[in-house]
Design a binder for this molecule. Structure first.
Ligand code: DC
Length: 227
């Protein structure tokens, strides 16, 4: 790790490749990569399993108090899997059932407070790349490098469809499009920490970039910020 580790935040729309870039960037720099969306997904999975009524702040608070989140490095993925109360739930949190509920759960102020506190603790030593929606605006407003990622909507739908249909061939592209549009809308219009481009973020539109090209651009920014 370089002598002056920094914090790199990567925010942007659903399925525009934030995690792919964050993971590659962290590997190149020897930094820790944290997928903050996985935390909201794991909370959602717990709420679904327990049948938590999202309109009851009492039920939400009680359930949050029962949750312990952690990460464990998975060498096969070259990234960390999320652990919910001792159970590795990485594959489960990527399922459609969770995707359909997660934006509602992530809009709750108590859930955001719970997640943000843990995210800030993880970044205390710097040397971290974290991706999400509010990382550059709320979690680490003082981050040394902020990247805002975007890509054409239809490109994002196609990428997400390819990923999900490989696991579940019955899934339709319309269902994927509908879910993505709904999540984009909810993430950008919610009251609590909506998706916003930080005023000092660098914009990366990867509609026609390969993963190698986008990594090259981001690495240039990172090396300039590290100095
Ligand atoms: O990045 P993702 O698709 O795995 O995120 C899942 C959901 O969690 C998404 O609908 C937005 C929400 N999220 C959030 O509100 N804030 C974050 N920092 C990360 C994700």
């Amino acid at each position: 790790m370089p002598s002056h580790p920094i914090i790199i935040t990567l925010d942007g729309w659903s399925s525009c490749g934030k995690s792919t870039l964050a993971k590659a960037l962290a590997k190149e720099l020897g930094y820790v990569f944290v997928d903050s969306g996985a935390m909201y997904r794991a909370v959602t999975l717990y709420f679904l399993r327990r049948g938590v009524d999202l309109s009851s702040s009492e039920q939400v608070q009680k359930a949050l108090a029962e949750i312990e989140l952690g990460f464990v490095f998975n060498p096969a993925r070259g990234a960390s899997d999320i652990v919910l109360n001792g159970e590795n739930v990485e594959p489960l949190i990527r399922e459609m059932q969770v995707a359909e509920q997660v934006s509602k759960v992530a809009a709750l102020a108590s859930v955001r407070k719970f997640a943000v506190q843990q995210q800030q603790r993880m970044g205390a030593a710097k040397g971290i790349v974290m991706d999400g929606r509010d990382i550059g605006t709320v979690v680490f407003p003082g981050a040394e490098l902020k990247i805002f990622m975007t890509a054409d909507k239809e490109t994002r739908v196609q990428r997400r469809y390819l990923e999900l249909s490989a696991k579940d061939p019955t899934i339709s592209i319309e269902a994927v499009r509908e879910n993505l549009e709904r999540r984009d809308h909810m993430d950008a219009t919610r009251e609590e920490s909506p998706l916003r481009q930080a005023h000092d973020a660098k914009v990366l539109d990867n509609t026609s970039l390969t993963p190698t090209e986008q990594l090259h651009i981001a690495l240039g920014w990172a090396r300039a910020a590290i100095g």
